[in-house]
Design a protein around this ligand. Structure first.
Ligand SMILES: [Fe+2]
Length: 300
């Protein structure tokens, strides 16, 4: 630990500010406008509220569909119906992400939205670690600035590879017409909340969605697909799922820091943040419950 970070650590200890990032502590010590010990204590209180009133949402703590899926006991028909609904969500998410970009409340947040949108479409994040051709399609860290476009790096193409391996064709997946009621409800709620013009609502939705995505459901899906492959001795490209699992780990690291930054830079309506976050998680729950109902009704 450097002398500077030891001084900040001691300061955080004395002022009961453990958990606050070093750059915020630095700003408090240097009397940056908007930054104070009181505000930091308020943020810690807000973060505790988020943990207890938002992050314990049942869809984060208990997802019956992914729990079942992780056992790998699905039939091919059940797997196909899952892939179709997931492809609709994945493709329509592009619409929500574009709307979010348009509705950004500043250049910085517009650029953050574009990072996600354009990466979804196939621009690979550029970073210092890329050394080979193979790496150029799979980077999960860095920026789209100066990145290279590859059709094959579009997330939809990864999912299409998986879809074709289980007998689906291009026109069987990804369109609104393929979505069932609960999938479409979720996609429409993403447009309404995640891409909302009110920055608190869109920020709360992003925060909730990122925490949902980082809570382990990608790993459960990967486990299920891996077991399914072994059971039927079948090769299924898992790239779409393994890549997202890697990307989420990166995103999750940043979300709390971003929230902390905007808490100090602007005023956040805490109640609106908590209620909007819960609203989008309710919609996430509708999506997964819809998948759970579907797998019980499709042929085994
Ligand atoms: Fe994606």
């Amino acid at each position: 630990m450097s002398i500077e970070s030891r001084v900040l650590h001691d300061f955080a200890n004395q002022q009961h500010l453990l958990g606050i990032t070093d750059h915020t502590l630095n700003a408090i010590v240097n009397n940056k406008p908007g930054y104070s010990v009181e505000k930091a204590q308020k943020f810690i209180h807000f973060h505790n509220r988020i943990k207890s009133e938002l992050l314990h949402h049942p869809i984060i703590t208990n997802n019956n569909f992914t729990k079942w899926f992780s056992l790998g006991e699905m039939s091919e028909t059940q797997l196909r119906s899952f892939v179709i609904q997931f492809s609709v969500f994945s493709n329509l998410f592009l619409v929500a992400q574009l709307l979010k970009t348009i509705n950004a409340n500043g250049l910085e947040s517009m650029r953050s939205s574009k990072e996600i949108l354009v990466n979804e479409l196939g621009v690979v994040y550029k970073n210092d670690k890329q050394t080979t051709d193979c790496d150029s399609l799979v980077s999960s860290d860095g920026s789209i600035e100066g990145g290279i476009y590859h059709f094959r790096a579009a997330h939809f193409e990864w999912l299409l590879q998986l879809a074709t391996s289980v007998g689906l064709e291009f026109n069987d997946v990804g369109k609104r017409r393929h979505g069932n009621k609960s999938t479409l409800f979720f996609c429409d709620e993403l447009n309404r909340l995640y891409a909302n013009e009110d920055y608190t609502i869109s920020q709360a939705s992003s925060f909730a969605v990122e925490n949902w995505a980082a809570a382990g459901f990608w790993k459960e899906l990967i486990n299920g697909l891996t077991l399914y492959q072994k059971k039927y001795n079948k090769g299924i490209p898992l790239f779409f799922f393994t890549r997202h699992d890697d990307i989420e780990a990166q995103h999750a690291k940043h979300t709390l820091d971003e929230l902390e930054d905007s808490y100090f830079e602007s005023e956040i309506d805490e109640d609106l943040f908590i209620s909007s976050g819960n609203e989008i998680l309710d919609a996430v729950a509708v999506f997964w419950t819809g998948l759970d109902d579907l797998r019980k009704t499709v042929l085994q």
